[in-house]
Write a protein that binds this ligand. Sequence first.
Ligand code: NAI
Ligand code: MG
Length: 489
Amino acid sequence: MTDVRQRTSPLEWEYAPAPEARDIVKFQERYGLFIGGELVEPRSKEWFPTISPATEEQLAEVALAGAEDVDAAVGAARNAFENGWSTLRPAERAKYLYRIARLLQERSRELAVAESLNGGKPIKESRDVDVPLAAAHFFYYAGWADKLEYAFPNRRPAPLGVAGQIIPWNFPLLMLAWKIAPALAAGNTVVLKPAETTPLTALIFADVCRQAELPAGVVNIITGDGSTGAHLVRHRGLDKIAFTGSTEVGKAIQRELAGTGTRLTLELGGKAANIVFDDCALDQAIEGIVNGIYFNQGHVCCAGSRLLVQEPIAELLIAKLKRRLETLRLGDPLDKNTDIGAINSRAQLERIRELVASGEEEGAEIYQPPCVLPEKGYWFAPTVFTNVAQSYRIAQEEIFGPVLSVLTFRTPDEAIEKANNTAYGLSAGVWTEKGSRILCMAQRLRAGVVWANTFNRFDPASPFGGYKESGFGREGGRHGLEPYLRFEE
Ligand code: NAI
Ligand code: MG
């Protein structure tokens, strides 16, 4: 690894551009809705453009599904559920899932480039994280498809029926995989709605389903905005809704479904504490902190957005962190050396700006390394706030951008108290050389996932989900099958 201390100026070692070729992706000018195994014109007759947030260039037009389109998609899914998919031999279901997993691997470069173009994330992340993990989820759940009785012994698992799935824009293909793979493995059919700013990899996935010869209607993909999502939630022909997104919309969905008997899982926001003790391996912790909050521009529900540092090392850690920030490269998402890509949308950029301004107003001290932001597109420099009080908005609210708030603590008890002082409870990190301290902290942190001496690590075999306003239900692992099953006891 390069020792940053030997460098006098961060600009001394400029990297030559290393752009990934984009001609591997050929977007259609216009995409219809994927209903009953075909791309069809929307009955709503409405379309909207989808752009690259790095350049604001239009990539394609997609359909805006209305109530009638939602109804058609749910009908196609119901039909597929009743006439084949739910009674197919489980080992046959598994074969389709394996086939999808292999096709995702085969088309991985195309999917990675499409994901970076449409969402703004660095190609090294879409190539090395999003796409391989999406394939891994299909491989993993393919393995469970014919072993459900072993996953839940003596409980006679059966599929629920049709699931409506609404996903966000921060990990478009990966969230699709988290939703679709367990649902199909358990014998359900689905109607999935991607986020309005990132529909394109879901539409390529529709083509993957076609290539895999998945029976028509097992997967339906309807593009649209919040209104399309609301139509899906209101449709009474669904057995389950799975939602990932903002706490605000999650609450509205829960109110809408109360008393209907429709099953619900919610994966919502977070404000994770990344807790660094004075005995930790400091340079590793710096890398973990950077990965925790600047990965995917901080558009991560489990991002380590609150750094809690033990007082004796706070000064040294902040100095090292600032120096490390100077080495992060911000720019073209398709460049293989880019660390920080574009902010996903203008709306999200405005939200980040507003919260950062509130931090400055409330009295926190801001640091941003020298870095030139491209003129077109949506960008925000990596940011660190010190002198942050727990009551500040930047310590309480999810910013969902490359913005870190640093707080300090003296004792493990104080760290726990501060870490748990949030409405959320999705994830947390602990950095210490003491194994016993890790276990003690993990037990007392009110968070669904606790990472020790690492951060933002994902594995399809490991369940993920929240406490409190971060939602309920688990995705991943054996636990992730349960929300898609009923048990004939
Ligand atoms: P959002 O919750 O509005 O959007 C997420 C998904 O829900 C999208 O597919 C959207 O079309 C759909 N949706 C919106 N309104 C709906 C409704 N009434 N009924 C059904 N579906 C609906 O999130 P948004 O506005 O994009 O981001 C706002 C904030 O939410 C972010 O700044 C971030 O703090 C948080 N967020 C958290 C995510 C997570 O992974 N937990 C993901 C995205 C956003
Ligand atoms: Mg919204």
